[in-house]
Write a protein that binds this ligand. Structure first.
Ligand code: BES
Ligand code: ZN
Ligand code: ZN
Length: 475
């Protein structure tokens, strides 16, 4: 629990930095009394105040935790340092801690809250023994920052909401469950929601979404919620998410070592739902339509088959090269449907779309594609600021060429192995209308954590939510 409170607790955290091998203190005037005492103690300890270095002291009865932070810190340095602080506090089991910070500026405070609060997450749903201890944190900052605190905690809670959705069993988070969750959010905020179930998906001829979903016992859904935060504006942004609740690969079955974490393949939908929820809760002045393209890519007697050709909602036909390239199929119909019925001016889609993006950019960076320079620039900037980082990738003629089919209007994926992320994006591009500004985010790497440094946990990371909320707040 984080509150604004200047009261001195049992434990107090003091930020320090190193300068010419000397230990310096941020916010010296404010903490001058305590700093005097610390200085007397320090000669007995080895502490250099390097970024993320910590030292516990006890002076009289006052417990002190020093943290080193780079003198010219970045926002990410702050997130990381205060993430380390949170972990230390948890270890000590100290009930209440007062935290001093280097500088009382908006962006700095926000980053520090994120570092503390995003570290305060454990996915313990399936653990018999749950850790109950939650420390109280008194942030020693001015009361005028209370709305900043509140807003930051709202977005953080939605980051954690994404993590938990991604982490839960595939048999729990099925398309129908995503419908129920979306309906609850819509009802609570009095928003209009439309859901196409398996009957409507067939009746309305969303042939690609149906092809992917028809093999599973848990039937597919297309979920759409509208939020009008700025009725004067003609702009409308569609947030479209891939929501494959489990990706077996289909008849092109995934092998061992590639299939175990495929419950996370609805990460795009979870990210977009959480971004949308944040925009609504923060009352952002934006018009947004959320589109979740949900299906289970199952292997069964009814599953769609390689080589078969299906007609998309747009009307073009698609030859299935590989049933494991299912994400782009459900997205294609979702994109066409929202453009026809809701006429967005802008679209951002998020999808755990390709393993190839991990090869290209590693496990932590989001691949960005699209047709609009301004959107891409703004998203890059938000990525640097939030450290949900994005890097632009191309869609070239060569990528489009690989999708040519002899028997249908397009293949669903290139028969070659290389450039998989770009050719997937080229497939999506086919379903984006000319005058619509569009960005595609491939979050196959970033949405899932592999190690656990700082405030990003293993498996569901929630990466993409802070990125998109920052983009919405600043665009
Ligand atoms: N869901 C996967 C992509 C993925 C891979 C996400 C690894 C997270 C981690 C996607 O549906 C898929 O299987 N893509 C194939 C495409 C291929 C068949 C062209 C891939 O990337 O191998
Ligand atoms: Zn797949
Ligand atoms: Zn997939």
């Amino acid at each position: 629990m984080i509150k604004i409170n200047s009261k001195l607790s049992n434990l107090v955290v003091i930020p320090t930095y190193a300068k010419k091998e000397k230990i310096m203190f941020f916010n010296k005037e404010k903490n001058s009394e305590i700093i005097k005492k610390i200085n007397l103690e320090l000669k007995f300890f080895h502490f250099e105040a390097k970024q993320e270095e910590t030292l516990f002291l006890k002076i009289n009865k006052q417990k002190i935790l020093l943290i080193g932070i780079n003198e010219n810190y970045t926002l990410e340095d702050l997130r990381r340092a205060y993430s380390i602080i949170f972990k230390q506090i948890k270890k000590t089991k100290e009930k209440e801690t007062t935290i001093e910070i280097p500088k009382e500026e908006k962006e700095e405070i926000k980053a520090i809250i994120e570092g503390l609060d995003l570290t305060n997450y454990v996915f313990d749903m399936y653990l018999s023994k749950k850790e109950k201890f939650i420390p109280t944190i008194n942030l020693d900052i001015q009361k005028k920052f209370s709305s900043l605190l509140e807003k930051t905690l709202i977005v953080d809670s939605n980051v954690k909401f994404t993590r938990s959705l991604v982490n839960q069993n595939a048999d729990e988070i099925v398309p129908k469950k995503l419908e129920e969750i979306a309906k609850k959010i819509a009802k609570k905020n009095k928003l209009k929601i439309k859901v196409l179930d398996e009957k409507n998906i067939q009746k309305e001829k969303l042939g690609l979404l149906w092809a992917v979903g028809k093999g599973a016992k848990n039937p597919p859904r297309l979920i759409i919620i509208e939020y009008f935060g700025n009725k004067q504006s003609k702009e409308k942004l569609a947030l479209v998410g891939k929501g494959i609740t489990f990706d077996t690969g289909g008849i092109n079955l995934k092998p061992t070592n590639y299939i175990e974490d495929m419950r996370t393949d609805m990460g795009g939908s979870a990210t977009m739902l959480a971004t949308f929820k944040s925009a609504v809760e923060l009352k952002l002045k934006k018009n947004i339509v959320l589109v979740l393209c949900c299906a289970e890519n199952s292997i069964s007697a009814q599953a769609y088959k390689p080589g078969d050709i299906f007609k998309s909602y747009k009307g073009t036909t698609v030859e299935i090269t590989n049933t494991d390239a299912e994400g782009r199929l459900v997205l294609a119909d979702g994109l066409s449907y929202v453009q026809k019925h809701y006429k967005p001016t802008h679209i951002i889609d998020a999808a755990t779309l390709t393993g190839a993006i991990l090869v290209a950019l590693g496990k932590k960076v989001i691949g960005m594609f699209g047709n609009d320079e301004n959107m891409k620039k703004a998203l890059f900037k938000s990525g640097e600021k939030t450290y949900d980082r994005v890097w632009e990738m191309p869609i070239y003629e060569e990528h489009r060429d690989g999708l040519k089919s002899k028997f249908a209007d397009t293949l669903n994926c290139d028969k070659g192995r290389y450039g998989g992320s770009s050719s997937a994006a080229a497939f999506l591009e086919h379903f984006v209308e000319k005058n619509v500004k569009w960005v595609h985010l491939d979050i196959a790497g970033a949405a899932r954590g592999y190690d656990s440094p700082y405030y990003v946990p293993e498996m569901g990371t929630g990466k993409g939510v802070r990125l998109l909320v920052d983009y919405l707040e600043n665009e």
